[in-house]
Design a protein around this ligand. Structure first.
Ligand code: AMP
Ligand code: MG
Length: 304
């Protein structure tokens, strides 16, 4: 980053911060504890440029992310093995955020620390005609990762209380009932072994403007630009309000929301990959019990 750009970016650190962890405690505390949406949560008080934990240096942060790979892939393999023994557990990473918030980049970061086998990506745009004929959770359920796998959702059923609410795509009495409905649906899945990691990538309005301009100025980014994004941007405050409600109504003990300050891409990736690693560690998947005698089988293989 050029010096000028850096100075300009540093000026943006004006918003008040919500969660303050003393530097010494940073390494010891869990990233999930730092980012979880709990009682009294206020999205407008979260600084999208904040360094929450970990390195304040880009190269160091990237190196720490890369260093997670062996552990994450090993845990991922154990999760898969567990399912072969009848285990029902699976992990679903839900990524939500305004346009340009980096959902695609965040998905790539998870991809980089895991094995492609056992990873399922899905993204949700405007519903097709067929999808509109069904309940809004229909297409979501179809895209859930199989047991033993990790799923990544680029957008999700939360669009049905975000753009749908902001744009009045269904009447208020319909969308207002969806928070409870989503909670009940997530509870049922969580009870069945699905572990939710719901992440909101939180960017500032100024950062979004820069990223949209970059998509226009850099020809190889033009394909990412959608004129409609500006129409949604003009409803920024309504979207922030819709996020505030979704995050607080649907952050439950069985499927909590995490808000990731995402103006700095390298920090976003550090936080997200640590959330994934922490979650997999806690899941602590187990190899299935074997139904043969190892010594006997070694003898049989050698003699064969
Ligand atoms: P993108 O993720 O950039 O491909 O954009 C997808 C667009 O589809 C976004 O503007 C979303 O808000 C929109 N979208 C996703 N789900 C829904 C939904 N259930 N109803 C209406 N629009 C949706
Ligand atoms: Mg887009």
């Amino acid at each position: 980053m050029g010096k000028k750009k850096k100075e300009k970016k540093d000026k943006k650190k004006t918003q008040p911060e919500q969660v303050v962890a003393p530097p010494a405690a940073k390494a010891a505390v869990s990233v999930r504890d730092l980012l979880r949406v709990g009682p009294g949560f206020d999205l407008s008080r979260i600084d999208p440029r904040r360094i929450v934990a970990g390195p304040e240096d880009k190269e160091l942060a990237r190196a720490e992310v890369a260093a997670l790979e062996p552990e994450v892939t090993a845990l991922q393999e154990r999760l898969y093995a567990e399912s072969k023994g009848g285990g029902k557990r699976r992990l679903l990473v839900v990524l939500q955020g305004m346009d340009t918030s980096g959902k695609g980049g965040a998905a790539k970061a998870i991809d980089r620390v895991s094995e492609p086998i056992g990873l399922r990506m899905a993204n949700f745009g405007s519903p097709t005609k067929e999808e509109l004929r069904h309940h809004y959770l229909w297409r979501i359920e179809k895209a859930l990762p199989p047991v033993g796998s990790i799923g990544i959702f680029d957008r999700s059923h939360y669009e049905d209380v975000l753009i749908v609410r902001v744009r009045n795509l269904v009447p208020e009495d319909v969308w207002s009932g969806r928070y409870d409905e989503i909670n009940a649906w997530e509870k049922k899945l969580a009870d069945g072994g699905l572990v939710f990691l719901k992440c909101m990538l939180h960017i500032s309005k100024a950062e979004q403007q820069e990223r949209l301009l970059a998509r226009l100025v850099e020809p190889d980014k033009n394909w990412k630009y959608n004129p409609g994004d500006v129409d949604e941007r003009m409803l920024w405050d309504q979207y922030q309000e819709a996020y505030q409600v979704a995050l607080t109504q649907c952050s439950t003990y069985y499927a909590p929301w995490y808000v990731i300050p995402a103006d700095r891409k390298w920090h976003r990736d550090w936080l997200l990959t640590h959330l994934v690693a922490e979650t997999l560690r806690e899941m602590n998947p187990q190899y299935p019990a074997i139904d043969y005698d190892v010594e006997t089988e070694i003898g049989r293989v050698k003699a064969s």
